[in-house]
Structures are given as C-alpha cells and as structure tokens.
Design a protein around this ligand. Structure first.
Ligand SMILES: Nc1nc2c(ncn2[C@@H]2O[C@H](COP(=O)(O)OP(=O)(O)OP(=O)(O)O)[C@@H](O)[C@H]2O)c(=O)[nH]1
Ligand SMILES: [Mg+2]
Length: 357
C-alpha cells in the first residue's frame, strides 16, 4: 500500500523542520520564506510501540515499520490558487497525496519572520484553506466546462454543480454528504478538500487548539500540538534502544510520550488503515492494509507464493500475545495461535503466520 502525505502551510513556519524530524534527514531549513522551492521527498517509518514490544519479547533486533512517503512543499501564500508564488505547482502535487499535514505556526519568537507580520493560527489556517478551496473550485469549473450538456451527462453535471456550490460558499468538499453514486464519481477526481487533513501546530506551549478549529469551521479534521524544535527524533531513540536493551522500558516510556507517535496513530485512523505483523527469527515486520482486508488479500501483499498456495493462517492478536508473555504462561514456541481460513478479516495488531503449500 503506497501512502503519500503532503506537508503544507505558509512559508517559514517549520514545514521542512517537521520533514527532517519525521524522515531523519537534513534538508535545508532557514529563517526566510521560500527556503524550500522544489519539494523534498522522503520516507517516514511509522513507529508503532507494539512492534517494538514484540521485538523485545521474541528477541529480534530488526524492526521493519510501515512506511509512507512524505512530501515537503514550498510555502503557500494568498492567491496561490491563481498562480501567485509557487501556488499551482504546490497544489498540483497535493492531488497525488492521500493525506495532508497542515503545519500552523504557533510559536512566538519574533526573530523568525512571518510573511504577514503577525502570529495568528486562525488567520493562517483560513488563508491556506481558502486557497485549497479555490483550487478545487477552478478544477471543478474546468471539468464542468468540458462536459457537453446532454442526457448522458445529466447526473455528472448535477454532481459538479453540487461541488461548485459547496466550494463557492467557502466550504471544503468533505463537509458534503454523498450518495454511493456520487462517491464513485467524486472519489476518482482527487479533490484536495476531500482529503483527510491533520493540523499540526508548531508550538512553544500547549494551547486550546480546539477553539481555534471551531472558529475556522473545519472541525471534521484533527489537530495535534508538536514542538518541532524540542520533539525527540524517533529514529535516534530506536537506534539507541536497540543497542541498549537493558533500558528497554525507559526508551519505551520516552517513545510512548512522543507526539510524533500520536501523529502516526491519527494518520492510520484517518486513512482507515490497520497494521498486521509477521516475524521470523531475524526480523519483525509491520504491514499496512485497509480495515476489513481478508487473510487471502493480505497474503498476496506479502508474496504471490503465499497467496497461490494459501492453506490457512495462524493468528494471535497483539493484546493476547502481550498478556501471555507478561504472565509467562507459555514459552514462545507454544504461542496459542487460532487457525482461520482465507476469509478471516484481519484485526489491527494481529500477528500472522501463513501456512501455504
Ligand atoms: N522558535 C522556533 N523556530 C522554529 C520552530 N520551527 C522552525 N523554526 C525556525 O523557523 C525557520 C523556518 O523553518 P523551516 O523549517 O525552514 O520552515 P518552512 O516552513 O519549511 O519554510 P519555507 O520552506 O521557506 O516555506 C528556521 O529558522 C527554523 O529553525 C519552532 O518551533 N520555534
Ligand atoms: Mg521548507
């Protein structure tokens, strides 16, 4: 499953700082607008504390987390949708992403220049969201203008008009309710304002961000506060902890409080993604699938041989696995798996062993 996530926001608010934190890279960040011009693209290991705990119990050092692609864009400014700044180029990239991280400045430090010379998360959010709405409107009007008015197109024209009317009233498309037929047509068009969005407040201190979101009227989205300069880099902690297993509990505590971990969990939920795990004596690996995926479809994801020769799947959920090991009821080679056929619907946190010919 290839998931792409786009980071957006005004210029000079910490987008590339977040990109570096999430991808463990060192792209250029500096105190001037449009430091980033061409998008930075990187891979994020979606740290999952459960995987880390299992690895410690089964004593393997190699953990392969689920991964997504992250795209750090240049800053958006007012009138970006009409081509001002790098607007069109950035917005075009957003059509290709599955989820948007909308970075909002909420740190005071005056020496860091704000493009509109004030600190106001609400106004900043509105500026960016208006550009997203406007860009979808331009696209929707263009699609409509290319359609011929005839009976065959009657329904599609009706849908486009519904979208245009929503966007014209400054609302995102995700605020609309769609019938199944409408959903089929609309979902293939990749409108930006239909995509799930997480507002990430770059904070020096905690604030009541819920009030901010209510005033902006986009309360279907999620918000999270992260202090980009203070947040600990997950990759560094994992590397250290793997070398120093004695202090596993301490590292695990640090990681479970990490806001980036919270961000990953929210990302999974918004995308309706769950994770299952497989392991051998060398490594443990996490796999992302849509909620409701069957064992046979999951097998195909791992290897066509497993799919073609599928016999059965042995399953134990993470919660049961941890309980057993905590209570030391069983040893590892006596894991009490349940056996299922190919129609088994995988649950988040399932540890799977496929049996195939
Ligand atoms: N005080 C403070 N400074 C920050 C914080 N986050 C980022 N900065 C600084 O703000 C400046 C801009 O950060 P970048 O990460 O380059 O911002 P950007 O949004 O990618 O900027 P553009 O690429 O120009 O759009 C840098 O000097 C960062 O060190 C923060 O939480 N607090
Ligand atoms: Mg940047």
């Amino acid at each position: 499953m290839n998931i792409r996530c786009g980071i957006i926001g005004l210029p000079n608010i910490g987008k590339s700082t977040l990109f570096n934190l999430l991808t463990n890279s060192q792209v250029k960040t500096d105190n001037y607008p449009f430091c980033t011009i061409n998008p930075n693209i990187g891979i994020v290991n979606l740290y999952d504390p459960r995987l880390y705990k299992i690895a410690n119990i089964i004593n393997v050092n190699n953990i392969l987390f689920s991964r997504i692609q992250l795209i750090d864009t240049a800053g958006l400014i007012k009138n970006a949708a009409n081509g001002i700044g790098l607007g069109e180029k950035i917005l075009e990239q957003l059509y290709k992403v599955n989820i948007i991280y909308h970075v909002v400045r909420n740190f005071k430090k005056n020496s860091i220049h704000h493009v509109y010379n004030r600190i106001s998360p609400t106004e900043d959010i509105n500026i960016i969201n208006m550009e997203l709405i406007l860009y979808d409107l331009i696209k929707c009007e263009s699609l409509l203008s290319k359609l011929k008015y005839n009976i065959a197109n009657k329904n599609i024209i009706k849908i486009y008009n519904k979208l245009i009317s929503c966007l014209n009233s400054n609302k995102m498309l995700k605020t609309l309710d769609f019938s199944d037929e409408e959903k089929n047509i609309v979902s293939s068009l990749n409108f930006i304002t239909l995509k799930p969005m997480i507002y990430i407040f770059n904070c020096d201190n905690e604030i009541n961000t819920q009030n901010i979101l209510n005033t902006t009227n986009y309360n279907k989205d999620i918000i999270i506060n992260i202090n980009f300069l203070k947040e600990k880099n997950i990759n560094n902690i994992i590397e250290k902890s793997m070398l120093d297993k004695v202090n596993f509990r301490i590292y695990n505590k640090i990681l479970s409080k990490n806001n980036l971990v919270k961000l990953f969990m929210i990302t999974f939920n918004l995308l309706n993604i769950i994770n299952f795990f497989t392991f051998n004596d060398k490594e443990i690996k996490s796999w992302m699938i849509k909620r409701g995926t069957t064992a046979l479809t999951a097998a195909k994801k791992i290897h066509s041989d497993i799919y073609n020769g599928f016999i059965k799947v042995k399953v134990i959920n993470y919660n049961k696995f941890i309980l057993i090991n905590n209570n030391k009821f069983q040893r590892l080679n006596k894991i009490p798996y349940s056996i299922y056929n190919k129609y088994y619907s995988i649950i988040d946190g399932d540890i799977l062993k496929f049996v195939f010919r």
